[in-house]
Design a protein around this ligand. Structure first.
Ligand code: PLP
Length: 380
């Protein structure tokens, strides 16, 4: 597997405890299981899986999530798009409302790949495409971003502007309306399968109703919805869509386990940290992981604070500064003899996307034996 196989020889047989901390570690067996389960789920539903790369931004994980095809992916940045294009990936959807400063870079990718796709939700973006026709008779492949209740980017599904923008895309020379893209990020407010499936059903219904409206005006194209919660517990009607586009599920995280997308055991990514100080006057430990090694997402509101500390449900990550974390017992006095200086603790992150992005290297292991490193791409 690419770089990891080269690095494997030098790292062979080393345990996780040989790493300097803080270190992001990835359990490759869990990633493979999570990815395979999503592939099987989508096959059973009869819907095309287009996995999002935003959580890991690595070639190796992309290979696992695409089943080795290196086709049909979503990215959140042009840096990711170029990284994957440079390494032989194709059929890439840049699912971010077209930023006007990046049209030329999108044109370049559209002219070099078999299928580079962009997304827009504003007529001004379409005007910019008109000003930059692609060479050799190539088409801009455009997805219309629709908001079906997420309340972030996209034209609201109920607004007449949504249909008129679709019509304008179809009516523009050199541009093709490839599909309608809906991200159900509102599934992150859910707790439990029932609520997740209610959001999945509502988003599916609204998207399919919009597709019917398009059809009535003579337009047919693809449809895609998704998020890790909704695709971890899909509803049958999602099989009527063309594609789904979850991404976080390769790694999962504590947030997903709280929502009900996965169990804590399925989380594939952790941060190793060491005890670097004893503070008996505050009944606390200091660890070498601060907010440069673990995201502050979740605002410390878990019963265990900013993370779950594996194997120590009685401990709480109370607060972090840049390179320090403060750990205290949930109740009672701390037994310092159990946590000598240098003692290794394993943090299960609240949000794996935000935590992974802080690490330039991911240490990959199987059953605690290091196999190699994955190097993610960065930037925009
Ligand atoms: C536009 C878009 N599509 C797809 C995804 C993937 O969703 P998830 O992270 O829930 O897997 C995201 C995640 O933020 C997104 O912003």
């Amino acid at each position: 597997m690419l770089t990891s196989s080269l690095l494997a020889a030098s790292m062979k047989e080393k345990p996780l405890s040989s790493l300097c901390t803080p270190a992001l570690v990835v359990d490759v067996d869990k990633v493979k299981r999570n990815a395979l389960r999503m592939i099987e789920r989508c096959q059973k539903l009869g819907v095309q899986l287009r996995p999002h790369m935003k959580t890991h931004k690595t070639l190796e994980c992309a290979d696992i999530m695409t089943g080795g095809s290196r086709r049909c992916i979503v990215v959140s940045t042009l840096a990711e798009a170029c990284f994957y294009a440079d390494h032989g990936f194709d059929d890439i959807l840049y699912a971010y409302s077209l930023p006007l400063d990046k049209v030329e870079r999108c044109a370049d990718l559209s002219e070099r790949l078999d299928l580079f796709q962009i997304l827009l939700d504003h007529p001004h973006a379409l005007d910019e495409l008109k000003k930059r026709p692609l060479r050799d008779g190539r088409l801009w492949h455009v997805w219309l971003k629709l908001d079906c209740g997420n309340g972030r980017a996209g034209v609201l599904h109920s607004q007449p502007e949504a249909i008129s923008l679709a019509q304008a895309i179809v009516g523009t020379k050199g541009v093709e309306l490839t599909g309608v893209y809906v991200h159900c990020g509102n599934s992150y407010n859910c707790r439990g399968v029932e609520q997740i499936q209610a959001v999945a059903q509502e988003t599916t219904d609204l998207t399919l109703q919009f597709m019917e409206k398009l059809k009535a005006s003579g337009i047919t194209c693809k449809s895609s919805i998704g998020s890790t919660p909704s695709c971890s517990h899909p509803v049958k009607d999602m099989g009527k869509l063309s594609e789904v586009h979850p991404g976080n599920y390769g790694f999962y995280d504590v947030q997903q386990s709280v929502i009900g997308s996965c169990t804590l055991e399925e989380v594939a990514v952790k941060v190793l940290t060491r005890v670097i100080g004893h503070c008996p006057h505050r009944n606390q430990l200091l660890i070498d992981c601060g907010w440069c090694g673990l995201s502050q997402d979740g605002a410390g509101k878990l019963p265990t604070g900013y993370a779950v500390i594996e194997g120590h449900p009685d401990l709480k990550l109370l607060s972090m500064t840049q390179e320090h974390g403060r750990v205290e017992p949930i109740s009672g006095p701390l037994d310092y003899s159990k946590f000598p200086l240098g003692f290794l603790l394993t943090l299960i992150p609240y949000h794996s996307c935000a935590t992974a992005v802080m690490h330039p290297v991911y240490h990959v292991h199987s059953e605690g034996r290091l196999l190699g490193k994955w190097i993610p791409t960065r930037g925009w």
